[in-house]
Design a protein around this ligand. Structure first.
Ligand SMILES: *[C@@H]1O[C@H](CO)[C@@H](O)[C@H](O)[C@H]1NC(C)=O
Length: 726
């Protein structure tokens, strides 16, 4: 038994097949070198046609090479972890540290209160000692509808939690559970009834948009809204809905319930609220006053728990005797419940989750991606790692002082006020960092620069499931925000190559750039899908002839790259069609999201204001959602993003048709041999764009491409082609 006692709580394994991968990477690198040699030795001389196109293409290829090297680095040695939860409970069941769970919501319309409380209920129902759990909801919408829904949840949980534990049901979000489960007994039916009644009450209230007078009498908390609360201008509201000090706070089995707190931090027009980072920091302070648990889990309001044992998984890393000391956070990947089988918009982040983040882990830690992440409270608050002080979780020194809930709430309101952070380190050295749309990435980086490492835990059964965007535009806008924020970091003082210099391994610094340089990819890609087809029309050859030996490395790189990517995607559990969709979205993201992200960063740095922060809607209308389920691409809106995509698709179509015509009608075999690579390139771009042509010319439903976009793009494409041929 003694031996077993010192055994680790988790194990780490390297991915298989790395030798094969390294051989592949080396052969690709050689072929890329050959291409460079070809480019340098065959550049058309001064004054020759095509010299500048050629040089531009070479520059694009150099960029692709650089970026490809980075992507190889983030594939070099992915690791996976496996936890031993039974050892954890055997050894530490009575010493498990407390966990404060933060759920952030910002708008009762985009994020319906019913969805939020389903997330909250799934968190309260974790398989973990309830007296060690506290759930905090930050409502940046300051909505009484949200407060009302939470009040309902605080009542429903008294039935829900014992039910979950008695029958060990999964998942523990009532909505997710009841949508698949079949009745087991009377208790099941009675709970289902209770849930349906609650759902109806919440839906009715949400529809009216106002809490009725009768309901308002049920809880003193509603008085906060008597003064007229406006989303952008209101006092701080903190309401403790369930508190262990309250004898009423027991479930139907007489067991203690996890704590539940509603918070809407103060908002005033004259104070910057710093988006989600500001809300998180207010939660850190308020929770420190109420429960002050040592571990913090934060989730987005649509990310319900799909595995009630997740906290125990995370604890295996924080409680391990040998290796836990320098682990600052445990990040679960983002997964989604509403994906279609072939993932039309490529939201799954399959390869990123399964391969790339695992590699970052082996270099010292994956990114903090803002949801589904367990942190140590003190590292989040700015503590540096030092080898001398051993940290013991679980022995919570903080004695809770018995005091009245009213006093506690009032003290918390001060902590959630606008002026509290003024002239403090909050947002700089403490808590989440301010001033960037992707605050989570910087925060995670700075924690690692203080000497900590992090863990990427990606179990077979996913820990958290959220909602992915369900239209093309939503997906592109979301990616734009990420690409923009990431690139902004790259240009700021937080650039990992500078900020992380000598603090984190060089490999990790470069791996970060894989994401921070997303936006820059737009230029080379834009060049590659427009200039070769322009030159095809103008009969300028940019690639070697079919009969030339130089043709070989091009084919090798092309086939090698795509065969590998298909293999990798398939190995991660994707489908072939899913991979094809992924390639399409890869192109669309680069041509639109990255481009606009790049442009916005540039405009901002020159002092112009830009399109700003757009929350992607999480609910979609019925018809569109039917199309989503059938995996029919949704356009249906005018956006400059669509103009770019359809213009480029048409340009390639025209130049390809023109090329075919020349070969067939004019039997121009000579120029065919010189232009064959450009023909193939345009042909592939046409194939990948099939849904786009369909959306422009064939479909009749509301999700088709708006005719204004079609007209404009056709005009632009014809103009482009005319320029090329004259
Ligand atoms: C979510 O949990 C259920 C069990 O409750 C499991 O069958 C399912 O595979 C999980 N979903 C994912 C995406 O892992």
């Amino acid at each position: 038994m003694r031996e077993a006692d010192n055994s680790p709580l988790f194990e780490t394994k390297s991915a298989k097949g790395r030798t094969l991968f390294k051989l592949y990477a080396a052969s690709m690198a050689m072929a890329i070198c050959l291409i460079c040699v070809y480019r340098v030795t065959h550049t058309p001389g001064k004054g020759k046609t095509g010299r500048y196109f050629w040089v531009g293409l070479f520059m694009s290829e150099l960029w692709f090479t650089l970026y490809w090297l980075i992507t190889q680095l983030v594939r070099w040695n992915p690791v996976t972890h496996h936890t031993f939860k039974d050892k954890l409970s055997h050894k530490y069941e009575n010493e498990l540290p407390g966990v404060d769970i933060f759920v952030c919501t910002a708008d009762p319309v985009i994020e319906p209160p019913l969805m939020v409380i389903n997330t909250v209920l799934s968190m309260m129902a974790y398989d973990y000692p309830p007296e060690k759990l506290n759930v905090y909801v930050s409502d940046d919408g300051g909505s009484e509808l949200m407060f009302y829904a939470l009040l309902e949840a605080s009542r429903f949980c008294k039935y829900w939690l014992p039910f979950c534990k008695r029958y060990k049901i999964e998942p523990r979000s009532p909505s997710a559970y009841f949508s698949h489960a079949s009745p087991i007994n009377n208790e099941w039916s009675s709970i289902k009834n209770k849930y349906d009644e609650m759902k109806k009450r919440i839906d009715d209230t949400t529809r009216v948009g106002k809490v009725s007078e009768e309901i308002r009498k049920e809880h003193k908390g509603f008085q906060e809204w008597d003064v007229g609360v406006n989303k952008k201008d209101h006092q701080a509201i903190v309401q403790i809905l369930i508190d262990e000090r309250d004898p009423e706070s027991k479930d139907t089995d007489g067991k203690i319930l996890p704590g539940l707190v509603y918070m809407a931090r103060e908002k005033r027009p004259e104070w910057h609220h710093n988006f989600k980072a500001g809300a998180m920091n207010a939660l850190i302070r308020v929770s420190s006053r109420i429960s002050n648990n040592q571990i913090i889990l934060n989730v987005d309001c649509d990310m319900y728990s799909n595995n009630s044992e997740c906290i125990r998984d995370a604890m295996c890393f924080f409680m391990d005797e040998e290796r836990s000391q320098n682990i600052a956070f445990v990040q679960f990947p983002q997964n989604f419940e509403n994906l279609t089988p072939n993932d039309l918009y490529s939201n799954h982040l399959l390869v990123i989750n399964d391969v790339e983040l695992g590699s970052l882990d082996s270099y010292g830690g994956c990114l903090y991606i803002g949801s589904g992440c367990f942190h140590r409270r003190d590292t989040l608050c700015g503590r540096s790692y030092s080898q001398d002080t051993k940290i013991h979780l679980g022995k919570n020194n903080h004695k809770k002082i018995i005091e009245s809930i009213d006093v506690l709430e009032n003290e918390c309101k001060i902590l959630a006020s606008c002026s509290y952070e003024h002239n403090t380190e909050w947002g700089k050295e403490m808590g989440l960092k301010y001033g960037c749309p992707v605050e989570d990435i910087i925060t995670g980086l700075s924690i690692k620069c203080r000497g900590w490492r992090s863990v990427h835990l990606n179990p077979e059964r996913k820990g958290f499931l959220g909602l992915a965007p369900t239209t093309l535009l939503q997906t592109l806008v979301q990616t734009k925000r990420w690409a923009e924020g990431d690139f902004q970091i790259f240009l700021s003082k937080y650039c990992p190559l500078v900020y992380g210099h000598a603090k984190i391994p060089l490999k990790l610094q470069i791996s970060y750039c894989c994401y921070l340089l997303w936006a820059v990819n737009c230029w080379a890609t834009l060049y590659y899908v427009s200039v070769p087809s322009y030159c095809l029309l103008a009969r300028i050859s940019l690639f070697p002839k079919l009969s030339s030996y130089w043709f070989v490395p091009f084919v090798y790189v092309f086939v090698g790259k795509y065969a590998y990517s298909l293999g990798e995607f398939y190995w991660c559990g994707g489908t072939v069609k899913g991979w094809w969709n992924d390639q399409r979205m890869w192109l669309y993201r680069r041509l639109t999201s990255y481009l606009f992200g790049f442009a916005d960063v540039m405009l901002k740095s020159m002092g112009f204001t830009t399109s700003g922060f757009v929350i992607t809607s999480k609910v979609s209308e019925e018809e569109a959602s039917q199309r989503y389920k059938k995996e029919i691409m949704e356009f249906g809106a005018t956006s400059p993003m669509f103009n770019i995509l359809s213009t480029l698709a048409l340009v390639n179509l025209f130049s390809f048709v023109n090329g075919v015509k020349r070969v067939v009608m004019d039997s121009d075999i000579d120029s065919f041999s010189e232009l064959v690579v450009q023909m193939i390139l345009s042909g592939l771009i046409i194939l990948i764009n099939l849904p786009l042509y369909e959306g422009m010319f064939l479909r009749k439903d509301n999700g088709r491409m708006p005719s204004s976009v079609t007209y404009q793009s056709t005009f632009l494409a014809i103009l482009f082609c005319t320029l090329a041929t004259i």
